[in-house]
Ligand binder design. Structure first.
Ligand code: SAM
Ligand code: SF4
Length: 343
């Protein structure tokens, strides 16, 4: 059995709303990478070829994942986001959703997906307990979509979005990473979707993740630039209050049914209100997207650790969560790529 670190120096701060870090932030939101594999190769996320995937025996099994989620729920996590890689390619996803939702305290499960495989499964996921989806879609131009995803079919993704909306996996949020010389001009068409749909279209600043060459240095478009592009087309946007801990700053085109969100990790980091921790597909608790610190939960799990011991390891990890990253640190690159951490 692996040795367990003495944890008594840390107060047990687990409460109904989650473990707390040394800065007083409470972590009630767990993002789970279900797999590091994907059926796309988006140019800001993965290299075109030669991606090194985690060996299968290092990935958490379904039983391990379910057990860990139960422990996180006991520690006070209330919200899950399923992500990846592409979560919909994980076998038994419906069963996993059902199991996760059965834990008392887990009151919301959302999923971030590329939606390629969503249309046939949306109802099944909804019935199993999935509440909402965020769909990543960078452009409404089929050729540019194919180029940016390196082969993706926009028509199938669009079907997935419409089906998700139809079965009640809303409010639908669409995520677009804005990349100079690629889809920067397409933000207008994306934003236009909000005029007659109650959706949230969110524009993300590209982050400097590992394995994707110079795309960050060459492609960063700040949220301020994107908003200026939108205002040149639609006139001044109206600012709306943003829910606590939501990284998106919300705006609206006057008269539109939906909203526009700006997520600005590089120009305006939102670390102060961070309430999120991540579980990688190989069983590491990742404390911050842009910092390498991880706590290996899988080894303790596989060595026969009890729920109490694993819970204590989670609390200890959360306690030392880094404050975050600053704009001046923007050139740090992470050791793992976004698809491996679970973006
Ligand atoms: N495959 C799913 C998808 O694309 O929605 C889930 C995983 S993906 C890693 C999660 C989110 O990370 C997506 O919205 C994607 O656009 C975003 N993402 C990936 N690489 C990024 C980068 N370098 N900078 C900013 N966002 C990125
Ligand atoms: Fe796959 Fe999502 Fe990364 Fe695109 S952003 S390559 S869909 S994991």
């Amino acid at each position: 059995m692996a040795s367990v670190q003495p944890l008594s120096i840390y107060p047990n701060v687990a409460t109904a709303t989650g473990p707390r870090d040394q800065f007083g932030r409470t972590m009630n939101y767990l993002r789970i990478s279900l797999t590091d594999r994907c059926n796309f190769r988006c140019l800001y996320c993965m290299p075109p070829t030669g991606m090194q995937f985690q060996p299968k025996d290092e990935m958490l099994t379904d039983d391990e994942l379910v057990r860990l989620v139960g422990i996180f729920a006991r520690e006070g996590v209330t919200k899950l986001r399923l992500t990846g890689g592409e979560p919909t390619i994980r076998p038994h996803l419906t069963e996993l959703i059902r199991e996760f939702k059965s834990f008392p305290g887990i009151n919301e499960i959302a999923m971030t997906t590329n939606a390629l495989l969503l249309s046939r499964k949306a109802q099944e996921y909804k019935d199993a307990g999935l509440d909402r989806v965020n769909v990543s879609i960078d452009t409404l131009d089929p050729a540019r979509f194919r180029f940016m995803t390196r082969g993706g079919r926009l028509d199938l993704v669009w079907e997935g979005i419409e089906q998700a909306d139809a079965v009640g996996l809303g409010p639908i949020k669409l995520n677009s990473v804005v990349v100079k010389d690629h889809n920067q001009a397409d933000v207008l068409q994306m934003a236009r979707l909000t005029l007659d749909r109650p959706w949230q279209v969110r524009f993300l600043e590209i982050m400097p993740m590992e394995g994707v060459g110079m795309i960050y240095e060459e492609g960063l478009v700040t949220s301020a630039e994107t908003r200026a592009d939108l205002e040149a087309e639609f006139g001044p946007l109206e600012q709306l209050p943003s829910p606590d801990a939501d990284p998106a700053k919300l705006w609206r085109i006057p008269g539109a049914r939906g909203t526009i969100g700006f997520i600005s990790p590089m120009s305006e980091p939102f670390c102060e209100t961070c309430n999120r921790i991540r579980l990688t597909a190989d069983g590491n608790l990742r404390l911050c997207l842009l910092h390498g610190d991880e706590v290996n939960l899988r080894d303790l799990l596989r060595a026969g650790g009890s729920d109490d011991e694993i819970g204590a390891l989670i609390r200890e990890g959360v306690w030392r969560k880094p404050w975050g990253h600053a704009a001046w640190e923007e050139h740090i690159r992470t050791i793992r790529g976004m698809s491996q951490i679970g973006g």
